[in-house]
Design a protein around this ligand. Structure first.
Ligand SMILES: NC(=O)c1ccc[n+]([C@@H]2O[C@H](COP(=O)([O-])OP(=O)(O)OC[C@H]3O[C@@H](n4cnc5c(N)ncnc54)[C@H](OP(=O)(O)O)[C@@H]3O)[C@@H](O)[C@H]2O)c1
Length: 229
């Protein structure tokens, strides 16, 4: 009974400020990298996993440390005020639709609608950016496109880039964008406000270029926006 009450209080804990609760939906390369980094900064991490009890996810939770936990995606999303979508694009629309009420929550969308075929990135042929399509599934969530042009290894260790790395931020919500900019800076990356949510149409294509270079085994670059003086 006492444990159940503690769980309810913990699930209802406030979401904002330093040490805030962050739901990381997806436990793969990006989810693990960001979950561990944000935990290291003192945030309470709740992973959203389709299989929170499997060994792989339990091990990630243990590596993450702090107050980290894993729940099914909907419970993780409802536990926190900030969400990170770190799932394949193919699963993103149905996942967002199944997360429950996201009104007022900041949703950081890292997904990229990327399909690789015959060693090249294919145009996804979407009518808008992926994040705009996700926003239409949860109109009152505060979507911010971020981190999608950064490799998960750089998220885990920005110093490995050998220089500054930009994180373009697209959002229609200025306060949410400012909040995410602070999170980006705290990780040791450089936030770059590139405009409203529909500018993600271009940053998602930056990610396509990045992945296309990667799969071709061509020269590799990290994106850095030098501010114009
Ligand atoms: N890898 C990068 O460097 C990078 C960089 C920038 C952006 N991105 C984008 O970030 C997103 C996540 O990339 P990732 O590399 O972390 O992917 P990943 O390693 O394949 O992990 C994706 C995670 O999403 C969850 N998931 C939910 N529904 C799924 C489904 N239908 N099929 C497979 N997994 C599902 C899984 O966690 P559970 O099994 O626990 O549910 C899985 O571990 C993608 O949209 C990708 O384009 C990746």
């Amino acid at each position: 009974m006492r444990a159940a009450l503690a769980l309810i209080l913990w699930l209802a804990a406030p979401a904002w400020g330093a040490g805030s609760c962050m739901a990381i939906i997806g436990t793969g390369e990006v989810g693990g990298a960001l979950g561990m980094r944000f935990a290291g900064l003192g945030h309470a991490i709740v992973y959203g996993s389709r299989t929170p009890q499997v060994d792989r996810v339990r091990e990630l939770v243990a590596r993450t440390g702090g107050d980290a936990r894993a729940l099914i995606p909907q419970d993780a999303a409802q536990a926190c005020g900030i969400l990170v979508l770190a799932i394949p694009w193919e699963a993103a629309e149905s996942t967002v639709a199944g997360l429950g009420d996201l009104d007022g929550k900041i949703v950081i969308d890292v997904t990229n609608p990327i399909r690789v075929r015959d060693g090249r990135v294919q145009d996804p042929g979407l009518p808008a950016s992926g994040v705009e399509l996700l926003q239409s599934r949860a109109p009152r969530a505060r979507f911010v496109k971020a981190f999608n042009t950064v490799n998960y290894r750089i998220m885990a260790n920005p110093k490995a880039a050998g220089g500054p790395v930009s994180v373009p931020l697209s959002s229609d919500d200025a306060a949410a964008k400012a909040e995410v900019a602070k999170l980006v800076s705290a990780l040791g990356l450089e936030p770059a406000d590139v405009g409203p949510l529909d500018t993600a149409r271009y940053t998602e294509r930056m990610a396509m270029l990045y992945v296309d270079m990667l799969v071709r085994g061509g020269p590799a670059y990290e994106f850095y926006f030098r501010p114009r003086r």
